[in-house]
Design a protein around this ligand. Structure first.
Ligand code: ARG
Length: 423
């Protein structure tokens, strides 16, 4: 009996060609594993395709709930945006897929796993490192990284073996989709000067076609997790789907990102993430009400580390556990409701309330009811400003360049100079 390999199978050209290739090159029997991460494909059709391409078994796993609970929501609580822009949809799905590949490989007694990534991207790193962490004895094969065929050659290779080509009409782009967002690259998008054509978008409407009237939504959070929409308790998967639809109609969540890949290249990716952008903004607004200044400032630094950790394929690490522990701890009072206004490509936070709010009306108001003791301010300012006063007298006011110049940077202005005579 031949050894087995479990292949992460999307139904696209590369992973379809990989099925006979793994058989021919390595002599493996291929088990195709397809993930339902909310990308709404016809999974039965994909299963049939895998079998037609020669897989001995084709399995589809619905991982939507796990994806939301253990990957998306923790990233939302962290406010993770890679380089301040990308909500990490693709990056978050890879460690989950690596885990499932390892699990199924064990169940099936497979000796290897395989994925469709090329040798240029981040995803190969995320898959490979995930498997290295969870099942280091398994061999990891990336056919598209090894076979040295271009697109046409791959298609020809598949056709020669009677493999049905993509069920959907082929797109000029490389696309990856799941609940948290859609990633689109290649084709004309590779020219960073070219505005993304409308056909690069499918989750979000162009502004010219968004509703003329705004739409308001109340998003309820409990300990940093979104739990309701307009007061109605909603499970995570449904809530994200709903928000993708509603915010997408208003053109919210288009991102055009020149990003730094882990493998050292800059690439341009177009993202659509209506739910992710709306939820992260709303979550940040609730944190602004319920976290102290120091907590919020430190959390911002953690957020950027957290995003890098996810992007760079370091999901299964103690570093992750440590960051996650901090994030979890910060969420214990992040409970309340945020009102967002979706309109013309923007999701604006227009209201927020929380039973644990640190916003105190009596302290903030300029109207009657003010309890802030203004007579205490001069004393505070005396002490706050003391080191500033001392330093100004001892140093800044004694600089020949004057108090505001940075020595060595600005030329000294001397009397009689600096005025140019008009000729
Ligand atoms: N640049 C994103 C990342 O590294 C997405 C990668 C997949 N993109 C795609 N269009 N297939 O996470």
């Amino acid at each position: 009996m031949a050894d087995k390999v479990v292949l992460a199978y999307s139904g696209g050209v590369d992973t379809s060609a990989a099925i006979p290739w793994l058989k021919e090159k390595y002599g493996y029997d291929v088990i195709a594993l397809t993930f339902d991460v909310g990308n709404e494909k016809d999974f039965t059709l994909i299963q049939e395709k895998a079998l037609k391409a020669g897989a001995i078994k084709a399995q589809v796993v619905d991982v939507k709930d796990i994806f939301v609970k253990h990957f998306i929501f923790p990233a939302l609580q962290a406010d993770a945006l890679y380089e301040g822009q990308y909500p990490l949809a693709t990056a978050l799905s890879r460690p989950l897929m690596a885990k499932m590949l390892a699990d199924v490989a064990r169940e099936e007694g497979a000796v290897a796993v395989a994925h469709g990534c090329t040798g240029k991207g981040n995803d190969q790193v995320r898959f490979d490192v995930g498997i290295m962490a969870l099942a280091p004895d398994l061999k990891v094969i990336a056919p598209a990284r090894e076979w040295g065929m271009n697109r046409e050659q791959t298609i020809a290779y598949a056709l020669e073996r009677g493999i049905p080509l993509p069920v959907t009409k082929s797109s000029p782009y490389s696309i990856d989709e799941n609940l948290w967002g859609k990633s689109t690259e290649c084709g004309v998008l590779e020219d960073p000067w070219v505005e993304p054509p409308e056909d690069a978008f499918s989750w979000t409407r162009p502004l010219a076609k968004t509703p003329a009237e705004p739409e308001y939504l109340d998003i309820g959070f409990e300990r940093g997790l979104p739990v309701s929409l307009d007061g109605k308790a909603t499970d995570g998967v449904t809530l994200i789907k709903e928000l993708n639809r509603i915010a997408g109609e208003h053109g919210v969540g288009r991102i055009d990102h020149i990003e730094n890949r882990l493998v050292g290249i800059k690439s341009r990716e177009i993202y659509e993430a209506p739910a992710a952008i709306t939820l992260i903004k709303a979550h940040l607004a609730l944190e602004a009400m319920t976290l102290s200044k120091q907590q919020a400032r430190f959390k911002e630094r953690v957020a950027s580390e957290y995003a890098d950790m996810i992007y760079n394929g370091l999901w299964f690490t103690s570093f992750h556990q440590d960051l996650a522990a901090y994030v979890q701890s910060t969420q214990r009072h992040v409970t309340g409701v945020v009102r967002v206004k979706l309109w013309k490509g923007n999701s604006a936070v227009v209201g927020r309330k929380s039973p644990r709010s640190l916003y105190n009306f009596s302290l903030a108001t300029y109207d009657k009811g003010d309890v802030f003791d203004q007579s205490a301010s001069p004393g505070f300012i005396q002490i706050w400003g003391l080191p500033v006063k001392i330093q100004a007298q001892a140093q800044l006011l004694r600089q020949p360049e004057g108090p505001l110049s940075i020595p060595g940077n600005l030329p000294a202005r001397r009397k009689g100079r600096g005025k140019k005579k008009a000729i």
